[in-house]
Design a protein around this ligand. Sequence first.
Ligand code: ADP
Ligand code: MG
Length: 712
Amino acid sequence: MNARKSALAKIAARTDTYADSYIPYDVEKEYGADVFGLKNMEHYLAKPVYKKLLETIHKGSQLDENIADDIAHAMKTWAMERGATHYTHWFLPLTSASAEKHDSFLDPAGDGIAITRFSGKNLIIGEPDASSFPSGGLRSTFEARGYTAWDPTSPAFIKRYGGVATLCIPTVFCSYTGVVLDKKTPILRSIQILGAQAKRLLRCFGENADARPSVTLGAEQEYFLIDKNLYMLRPDIMQTGRTLFGAPPAKHQQLEDHYFGAINPRILAFMSDVDKELWRMGIPAKTRHNEVAPAQFEIAPVFEELNLAIDHNMLIMETLRIVANKHGLVCLLHEKPFAGINGSGKHNNWSISVGERNLLNPGTNPHENAIFLTTLCAIIKAVDTHSDLLRVGTACAGNDHRLGANEAPPAIISMFLGDQLTEIIDQIEKGQTKASKADKKVLQIGIDALPPLPCDVTDRNRTSPFAFTGNKFEFRAPGASQSCANVNIVLNTIVAEAFDEIATKLESTPKDKFQSVLQSILQDIVRKHKRIIFNGDGYDNAWKVEAKKRGLPNFPTTPEALEPLLKKENIALFKKYGVFQEAELKSRYEVFTEEYRKKIKIEACIALDMAKTMIIPAVNRQLGYLSDDVLKAKAAGIDATAATAQANKVASLANSLSGAVDKLEAAIAASQKESVLISDMGEVRKYADLLEREVSDDIWPLPKYSELLFIY
Ligand code: ADP
Ligand code: MG
């Protein structure tokens, strides 16, 4: 039996039964049990200390160093009571993962005695040897020092994997000279600037803007699950996260029977464990379901403050991977694990509130409507002006397979508003000309009330990258494996800019002119930027042509999509709002470009390796059998025409495969550009996939799509 067949036999022999026992579980008690949140803080801290910390968290004010020791001690006591022996500063470097370096609480006190200690300094600042993190030239390795600093707006929590409990302290990460090396710092800066501009805008509307602004995110996470026995036989998935070979199966998703289907018991057991792990860490996992592709699923939490939601999404991805392993499964977060099958995205549901007021909630009266429409127009302006930057945030090797393929939003950024809102936008565009004043259809902002907008109607268009969905925008282009940080840094900054520009105009407007000035500001925006609005089918090729006519950028691949990071006006934008310095943007460009190059190179090397050591040997064996058959048939005087034709067909494909492999090998050796490597890999795959259909099933070494996607 070949390894593939024995892996299948092992899966078939699984005997798990999931239906037998009911284990009581108290969600309310378990939720957040491993978070040093407000409830625990209040319990473990002296009242004045607690109050001061609360102020830091809510106002974003500097943490008073005098209380750091008290907080650290309380945190340690709490964490040790929950079984933790170590703590770590937990941060988000420029890779796609989170980072941690554990230190024990242990402090040897001589005489073979040890006490535990965790000081305020340990809490506030860490100094990991950071030389091996990508920095895009910002920090040479001899200046290895990097600093991590506590971000009190994201609470400390305990990770509990394999029975080991570790206190994790969310931190920002910067270099010795204060240059930002992580994804959290710019997120915090962008939240702050957007909040400030939102308050300023609300003040123009006569609102009391003392309330706390908050940017919120609900990130829907798609993923695949495959059986670990099969995974172990696929070096491509193990090393690159996706299949570099695999003929399309006869049945994939065409019957549309997987989406929202009844959840397989083994998968459900996995999902239930994931939910419990997440709830324990205070992550509000809410929905779970089968997705469109076979073996594809989704988890979505309830939306939270953006900074926290980003941390939580990182933990969701990690938890999915770890819990999958416990169930003999492997979780694939790659954007396109299987060619020809739907890929995985991460829908970024975003909105901005000040106090209780969500600026994207249309509201019920003309005043609220006016704030909503102003926000909407600001976002239209922001997205149209900076669609290239939004695309930057979604650029990575994996997502290139998704954007522009037939199930994901295209690489062209456009906005979907739905018919009703689009009609309102049209009315704003027509404006209050004398002729149209009589026209009842022309909306007078601040005077007329909007018709109620049914929020679910706007959710239907699944092909738009950036869709209004009732009281939030859903950005669907981000890839499943990506951190939400990059796109939201951009989104916050560009919307802040638009708010800023509108507020600047409104602030200098006398009260009696407010309504007409506002109307003309919005009219102006719609006139200039309505080209970004597109309610049609984003998958349609006609849209590509139309978008080009409208002058909308289209960057299908990562290298070109990253270019805008270096544009002068973009550098100026981030600098103006204090989100990035020029050097920080350049370093990001370097890091992301390098990552892309390395990933493509790794894929090319793995493809070459698998072709040479797994596929060609199997093909040769098949050829050996076939030629034996021909010889035997001839010796026995049997008509060998069919066997000869078969052998010749395989031989011819084998020759083509071998030629393609040589070409790929030469391209790798010559360090050819990524586009060459991608195309050469494609050639190797083409012949390998054709051969998968010719070679005896008993010999073929790689688990097939029909097995990877349907057996768990
Ligand atoms: P779908 O897009 O699949 O219909 P849902 O309607 O369930 O999904 O919502 C998707 C996500 O949007 C959830 O995480 C939800 O909490 C989040 N969400 C809802 N309202 C807001 C909001 N005001 N700001 C940010 N996210 C929100
Ligand atoms: Mg959605």
